[in-house]
Design a protein around this ligand. Sequence first.
Ligand code: HOZ
Length: 427
Amino acid sequence: MNTVTSKILFERAQKTIPGGVNSPVRAFKSVGGTPVFIEKAKGAYLYDVDGNQYIDYIASWGPMILGHAHESVVKAIQEQAVNSTSYGAPTLLEIEMAELITSMVPNVDLIRMVSSGTEACMSALRLARGYTKRNKVIKFEGNYHGHADSFLVKAGSGLATLDIQTVPGITSGVSVDTLTAPYNDLNAVKKIVEENKNQVAAIIIEPVAGNMGCIIPQQGFLEGLRKLCTEEGIVFIFDEVMTGFRLAPGGAQEKLNIKADLVTYGKVIGGGMPVGAFGGKKEIMEHIAPLGSVYQAGTLSGNPIAMIAGYTMLKELKDNPSIYAELEAKTKYLGDGIEAVLQKHGEKYRINRFGSMISIHFCDHDIIDFDSAAKADIPRFNELFHFMLDNGIYLPPSAYESWFLNNALSYQDLDKTIATIDKFLQQ
Ligand code: HOZ
């Protein structure tokens, strides 16, 4: 595959942008090689600056559930753009968006728009601290909640990809309040809570993890955390930046039937535009300014372009819930097809799949937490990544990321993906 223009652009980018990218995972550092630069995308396909087409399994890290440049979303953005791109003042659109989200998602009485998933998680934690008057937070190893200081301890995604254990610039005063436990280990969490009696403000979790590959919560894990939070007066925060509106109209809360106290969202509620939100129980949300004194603000919060793009996509998901069954069927088809070829070639593997999230791990042990994910054969994944890319299939450029399916993918695309993995295994 000819990617000469991408290579030239990467050289040029490095002269003015740190590492040539605006988000580290994109740099291909762990998989090696140089990133391809994208010119456009439509439906299930990305097109790079050299004119190559790729079947996309990233979907902008989740939000492109209906595929890229979905017609109604594009039209809505165009119609709004002529009325200006930002006002810094209230709009009807924000109310319609809040009403739509609260009609789709359980346990969200009030919701505040922000501009990214990072901002949503950072604000939700501040709120939980303000509400409980406690300082500590428990997060899970390999979960990633954006790049706010409190969350960059044993984090997944780019930190796992680049093997960054400690982040310079984060003071010990901040990180001392972040306690970590292995994912799926309820007893470890109970122990931490016991050792920090009445000090834990929040437990934050990716209800289905997507930042160390896709990892599924084991039976009883989330239920146990819910019970513990209720008993100990801890705010239970679901980070639904990846799972929100993807696993079900009501996200992981609906799909797994677990109530969170606060929920955070990211790009998915903007149809891929830069946006996020956090919401939850009235009793907690009322502590946010201007109702309460937990301060949180932003000129671009509730931005009209982001609102109309997100509203249009979410409304389509609400009106056509069969999309979820279609997506899940496609993901199962892909997973079963990949499993068949892996078995045929006697490869050691685990496939983790939930809804339209999936990841393949080359190993002979179950992938249930960060340690087990890290013990898989990462170089083998990196080889797969490059073989797929060279054959027009764009997987996440890291073994520590989930793949995300979009509903524009055809069964022909899935067959091509399976056949390409078969070819890879024949080498
Ligand atoms: N941290 C993101 C994946 N979990 C990647 C963000 C990006 O590079 O766009």
